[in-house]
Design a protein around this ligand. Structure first.
Ligand code: C6P
Length: 414
């Protein structure tokens, strides 16, 4: 560990923007290591949403009074910020409730393109959000779902992917970063395999975009899904990116106000992109909050965030290895995000989480909404997961380690 963390990011200064970090939990200062579940929200993001409610609380794309026009401008600006952040065009950015809604929308909208016997390729490390919608669609339309296997170093087995992606494959949908293993998948490569077979390629980047610089054109994915609340934004807002030519061909999922250009008693015409897919009054404050979160991430710099998190993750793994817990993550730091899942022999994850909570340390335990991975591939009934973000520090990891030692003492595990 050659580099000093302070030379990468001024974490002390950054932490001042997150007032929740001063909170006392069970008499101890909060140590928040559950960023994979949701990230904390900095003051500028809270401020942007408060400003909307306090200064120009109006609906968008409807009212032409001053505050209505300002709300529309700010809401559209948020789409522009997201587009620039991932190197997409404005029309390609649809706001949804989150990754889950983005993926369900795709499963619904793509139904018409699928017929009995068509194949959908997922991977063994999918979150339920990128598994259940396809599984249910497959049951309804008699499709076949196949899963790319994981190798012994917790990476996707690309040789296996090559074998199962063929001309029958119509959709390949994989996670960018595993929320259990922290593996950063080679989505560019998987996308090439999908496109060579003529399939649509979808990326679930719920755990990717908060931590990595994203360029959807470089990845060359057809669709890209993520949630605002894991990248400093509020809950209830997320994004579905789609290539314009594909979005234009798809029928909308929700019908109603906002998504139409013209309505008659017999038929209707759809609005331009992206509004064709945003029916009804949207989450205006949430969208504006997501825009502010992107401003914040840009100010810090996605490359710096990645560099610091790589350092912090390596430190975390080293410290946890010292106390003999079993860690499930790739060896190669270049393909590892700040997710560290581990198991303490003789203790259920929920007991570990509860005992750490007494020390003010917040981590997650269970199957992490990736039940097939945890129970069938890793053969565990539950795991503990510390998930880091750029406002965490090595000292907080030391407190986690101290808390685990105490928990082991309670259970008399040496
Ligand atoms: N994972 C976790 O603790 P939503 O809930 O729609 O914002 O995100 C769903 C989702 C989809 N894909 C991946 C890879 C995810 O990690 C998540 C959310 C959280 O791991 C909550 S279960």
């Amino acid at each position: 560990m050659k580099i000093k963390p302070d030379s990468m990011l001024d974490v002390g200064k950054i932490r001042k923007d997150f007032s929740i970090l001063n909170k006392m939990i069970n008499g101890k200062q909060l140590i928040y290591l559950d960023n994979g579940a949701t990230s904390l929200t900095p003051e500028p993001v809270i401020g942007a949403m408060n400003e909307y409610y306090g200064e120009y609380n109006a609906n968008v794309h409807r009212s032409i009074h001053s505050i209505g026009e300002r709300a529309t401008r700010e809401y559209e600006k948020a789409h522009e910020k997201v587009a620039r952040f991932i190197n997409a065009d404005f029309e390609e950015i649809i706001f949804t409730k989150g990754t889950t809604e983005s993926l369900n929308t795709l499963a619904y909208c793509l139904t018409k393109r699928l017929k009995e016997g068509d194949v959908i390729i997922l991977s063994e490390m999918e979150h339920h959000s990128n598994l259940v919608p396809w599984q249910q669609l497959a049951k309804e339309k008699k499709l076949i779902v196949k899963y790319i296997k994981i190798n012994e170093d917790f990476e996707l087995d690309l040789e296996h992917a090559k074998k199962i992606i063929d001309k029958k494959t119509k959709i390949v949908s994989v996670t960018h970063v595993s929320n259990v293993l922290g593996t950063i998948n080679d989505v560019k490569k998987i996308g090439e395999l999908a496109h060579d077979a003529g399939a649509i390629f979808i990326v679930d980047s719920a755990q990717g975009i908060p931590h990595l610089a994203i360029d959807v054109k470089k990845i060359d994915c057809d669709f890209f899904c993520f949630s605002g609340h894991k990248m400093l934004g509020p809950t209830g807002i997320g994004v579905l990116y789609g290539k314009k030519e594909l979005l234009e061909k798809l029928d909308p999922f929700l019908f109603g106000g906002e998504m139409i250009k013209e309505v008659g008693f017999e038929d209707s015409k759809w609005n331009n992109l992206p509004w064709k897919f945003e029916a009804g009054t949207p989450n205006i404050a949430g969208g504006i909050g997501l825009g502010a979160a992107i401003d914040y991430l840009n100010k810090i710099g996605t490359e710096k965030i990645r560099e610091y998190e790589e350092y912090l993750t390596e430190y975390g793994i080293k410290r946890l290895n010292e106390i003999g817990v079993k860690i499930y993550c790739p060896k190669n730091p270049k393909i590892r995000s700040g997710v560290i899942s581990f198991k303490i022999n003789g203790m259920h994850a929920h007991d570990v989480v509860a005992l750490l909570d007494r020390e003010g340390v917040a981590i997650r335990g269970g199957h992490m909404c990736a039940m097939p991975l945890v129970t069938k591939v890793l053969n565990e009934n539950s795991l503990c997961r510390a998930s880091l973000y750029f406002y965490n520090t090595p000292e907080e990891i030391d407190k986690l380690v101290g808390g685990i030692k105490k928990a082991k003492e309670v259970f008399q595990i040496i």
